[in-house]
Write a protein that binds this ligand. Structure first.
Ligand code: NAD
Ligand code: UDP
Length: 310
């Protein structure tokens, strides 16, 4: 019998890679998305398969799934800052009402549920690198609060279902992930820079570009999510690549790899933009025997090749 898995946010960047991964593993995949930031073309190649089902549904509404479920992956939520600033209320709802529905379903089906949490729960961190025992520095009423606080609530709700109802839970605190199938106009740094390189426009670096991020190639993140799912670890765990880089250096690296002569254009730094971000992945190494394998230059080469293909 095939294992049955529900993936929410299935038409998005990470959700669609997860669909591919679990289809490869011969699971029966039930995919849900309301397409608020996702793209159907990310998953339409799976439509002919008899072990793939897709439902255009908002997870904030009751989720009815006939039959058994072994696993639920809750990945529905806008993830790019410009996206969630456009739909702040939906962003708050999907990680509160949406996770409540998913947890109720997990309890009912006795399924293991893994939630996509985020490095954003650490806010503009005062501890560096960020370890899982750091509680974070988030401005609840700032523009990013709609995402960060929703994700913090989501973790709290998930732990409550675990402690109170005994639901089997996994909490992945995912750091910036990049790769094929991102939406080129989603406003995040990497797709924006790639779109600008393709269109021969200057790359828009916010602030002076000295803020840092640590970018993980999507295949590594997906492997980490899979290893976490099949583990028995039920507390939050960081998944990311500790290779920290400033945004200005990141933009220049992309230009170098692309072979173009693009220039940089400096624009205003968004409010509450975190200054530094780097995961500690000691826990993931120990508990999951996982660590990212793809170096930034290699991942950027693969991503550029995907988007620049004729
Ligand atoms: P994405 O925007 O590409 O995908 C999110 C998907 O969720 C979209 O297809 C969207 O239409 C869907 N969605 C949103 N609200 C929904 C709702 N109410 N009902 C049904 N579907 C809904 O973003 P992504 O980068 O793939 O991120 C996926 C998840 O991973 C998000 O929960 C995000 O917070 C988390 N995450 C991503 C990253 C990253 O670097 N990509 C880092 C940390 C956490
Ligand atoms: N950024 C930038 N230019 C852009 C888009 C983003 O300089 O066109 C910066 C942004 O201010 C942030 C970093 O790049 O400091 C990463 O932004 P992204 O939206 O990718 O992720 P997040 O801020 O959520 O980590």
């Amino acid at each position: 019998m095939r294992k049955r898995i529900l993936i929410t946010g299935a038409a998005g960047f990470l959700g669609s890679h997860l669909c591919d991964r679990f289809i490869q593993l011969d699971y029966h995949v039930i995919a849900i998305d309301n397409l608020i930031t996702g793209e159907i073309r990310n998953i339409e190649h799976l439509f002919p398969l008899d072990n793939f089902e897709f439902y255009n549904h908002d997870v904030c509404n009751y989720i009815h799934i006939p039959g058994d479920l072994d696993y639920i992956l809750h990945f529905a939520s806008p993830a790019s800052p410009p996206d969630y600033l456009k739909v702040p209320i939906q962003t708050l709802k999907v990680s509160s009402l949406g996770i409540h529905n998913c947890l109720g379903l997990a309890k009912n089906k006795k399924a293991t549920i893994l939630i996509a949490s985020t490095s954003e729960i650490y806010g503009d961190p005062l501890v560096h690198p960020q370890t899982e025992d750091y509680w974070g520095n988030v401005n609840p009423i700032g523009p990013r609060g709609v995402y960060d606080e929703a994700k913090r609530f989501q973790e709290a709700m998930t732990m409550a279902y675990h402690k109170y109802h005994g639901v089997s839970v996994r909490i992945a605190r995912i750091f910036n992930t990049y790769g094929p199938k991102m939406r080129l106009n989603d406003g995040r740094a990497l797709p924006t820079f790639i779109r600008q390189i393709i269109n021969n426009e200057p790359l828009t670096v916010y602030g002076d570009g000295s803020q840092t991020r640590s970018f993980c190639y999507v295949d590594d993140t997906i492997e980490g999510i899979y290893q976490l799912l099949i583990s028995n670890y039920c507390l939050p765990i960081n998944l990311g690549n500790p290779d920290e880089i400033s945004i200005i250096e990141f933009a220049n690296r992309l230009i170098d790899i692309s072979g173009k002569n693009s220039e940089l254009k400096f624009e205003k730094l968004p409010i509450d933009d975190p200054k530094r971000r780097q995961p500690s992945i000691e826990l993931a190494k120990k508990k999951l025997n996982w660590l990212p394998k793809i170096q930034l230059s290699e991942g950027l080469k693969r991503t550029l090749a995907y988007f620049m293909a004729p």
